[in-house]
Design a protein around this ligand. Structure first.
Ligand SMILES: NC(=O)c1ccc[n+]([C@@H]2O[C@H](COP(=O)([O-])OP(=O)(O)OC[C@H]3O[C@@H](n4cnc5c(N)ncnc54)[C@H](O)[C@@H]3O)[C@@H](O)[C@H]2O)c1
Length: 437
């Protein structure tokens, strides 16, 4: 049993804290956001993540998991301080490290016993060294037995608990082998491959992984756009590619492009690091350009189908950046909505979990309570996020409700042939041979 302090209780920190508690450790989760901590103390989850509430409740009940805004209380006697604060994009695409700095300084100010500081936040290559420097300088000559370990997080929102508990791998980087091994022991019961590297390599594994996944999506979207012109179906193309063991099927879904709290900022930050060190990240630039264009193509397609978008009513199904999360950071739906509003369209939308978050950033959008309310009177319906509840809608009813039967299936989730049989003008992404002309 170890004593763990997790700094930052967002998607990563809260899942990490709850899961380490579930593995038998004593965990204190700390956040500077009082509202968030008060909610957690009342047993209310500040985010939507399947299975999270149950694991939090169980571990709080067993006395292994507590929440606080009080730094001294949180770090007291901790063997490990996991830093899991946000690292959003700065003005130039760089990762903004102000929260990591605050966390590192607080540890330096408050700890007087041996501690391992573990960076779970996604941070630029070299940040581990920088955190060690911050702590040393802040101590101002007062000795502290500490080591820094980089432990990038690979969990996906929507399946975060399972991703933590059944990871493909755990990556640990440190200049101190012993410290990395101590962290490795925290994960030992998960029986997964554990890769121990130096600090910078571990930090790079995270960026390279996210950039590669984003590249796969942009790649298939580029193929989708070519399919559209040449009369091929990208779904079948992706299946044909994915069956090749060298390629594999994941992250080959054509659609509105990638979004969320990680890929956009991490690809940008990696490109920024590259430029700063004199290399030309041409592929990363192309990956980002293709992604941006994917949103714009929605406007082009709808304009083509509806003539003009001015004063047209567009219904949007799904606002979160992917299903099973309430996270709307850099969600494709939001970017598309802004583009459509710029064309004069009126938007109404519905999402099973992201309505509260969306209300704060979409002042002009009418937020509806069901998919059918979204469809009522709409000139077109756009599927932006493929939540399960959108897969089996009553499309005959939707057709009756809509003013014009124009469907843009931005996730290729619906059966094109049956939609056309029902009389819809159906447009998918990269489904050239199915496109209604
Ligand atoms: N969300 C994901 O799916 C995911 C996956 C892998 C890695 N990551 C990375 O993990 C990090 C955290 O991401 P997230 O999505 O959990 O962020 P988040 O924005 O959901 O949560 C960050 C939390 O840190 C708190 N915080 C900020 N400064 C603090 C401080 N000085 N002390 C204590 N708490 C502080 C904030 O109040 C917030 O609650 C980021 O670097 C992100 O790139 C995220």
């Amino acid at each position: 049993m170890s004593r763990i302090c997790v700094i930052g209780t967002g998607y990563v920190g809260l899942v990490t804290g709850a899961c380490f508690a579930d593995l038998g450790n004593m965990v204190t989760c700390l956040d500077v956001d009082e509202k968030r901590i008060n909610k957690l103390k009342e047993g209310l989850m500040p985010i939507y993540e399947p299975g999270l509430e149950q694991i939090v409740e169980q571990n709080v009940r067993h006395g292994r998991l507590t929440f606080t805004t009080d730094y001294p209380e949180a770090v007291k006697n901790a063997d490990f301080a996991f830093i899991a604060v946000g690292t959003p994009s700065g003005v130039d695409g760089e990762a903004d490290l102000q929260y990591v700095r605050q966390a590192a300084e607080s540890v330096a100010d408050l700890v007087e016993w041996p501690i391992v500081v573990v960076n779970k936040s996604t941070v630029p290559v070299g940040t581990g060294d920088w955190v060690a420097d911050i702590i040393t300088r802040r101590r101002n000559g007062r000795p502290l037995d500490f080591s820094v370990v980089s432990n990038p997080e690979f969990l996906r929102e929507g399946s975060a608990i399972n991703d933590f508990m059944v990871p493909d791998r755990v990556v640990l980087g440190s200049l101190h082998q012993e410290a990395a091994e101590k962290v490795a022991r925290l994960y030992a019961s998960l029986r997964c491959p554990i890769l121990i590297t130096d600090l910078r390599t571990a930090e790079m594994v995270k960026y390279a992984s996210n950039a590669f996944l984003a590249t796969r999506i942009s790649f298939i979207n580029e193929i989708a756009n070519i399919c559209e012109e040449l009369g091929a179906d990208v779904n079948q193309v992706a299946r044909g590619m994915g069956l090749d063991k060298r390629i594999g099927p994941s992250f080959l879904d054509a659609g509105l492009g990638w979004g969320g709290s990680c890929f956009p900022k991490d690809v940008k930050a990696l490109a920024h690091m590259a430029v700063l060190h004199g290399t030309h990240p041409q592929l990363l630039q192309a990956v980002m350009d293709i992604n941006r264009n994917q949103r714009r193509r929605v406007v082009v397609k709808l304009r083509r189908a509806l003539g003009t978008l001015d004063q047209k009513i567009i219904g949007v199904l799904g606002l979160s950046f992917k299903p099973n999360t309430d996270d709307i950071r850099e969600a494709p739906a939001l970017e598309v909505i802004h583009l459509l509003e710029n064309e004069g369209a009126t938007i109404r939308a519905y999402d099973p979990q992201a309505m509260t978050a969306a209300a704060a950033v979409l002042p002009r959008v009418r937020l509806c309570e069901t998919a059918y309310e979204v469809a009522d009177g709409a000139d077109s319906l756009l599927l932006a996020t493929e939540w399960n509840e959108f897969k089996q809608l009553d499309f005959s009813k939707i057709k009756e409700l809509m003013k014009q039967p124009v469907i843009l299936d931005g996730r290729n989730a619906w059966d094109a042939e049956s939609m056309k049989d029902l009389g819809f003008i159906y447009m998918g992404v990269g489904r050239g041979n199915l496109q209604s002309k």
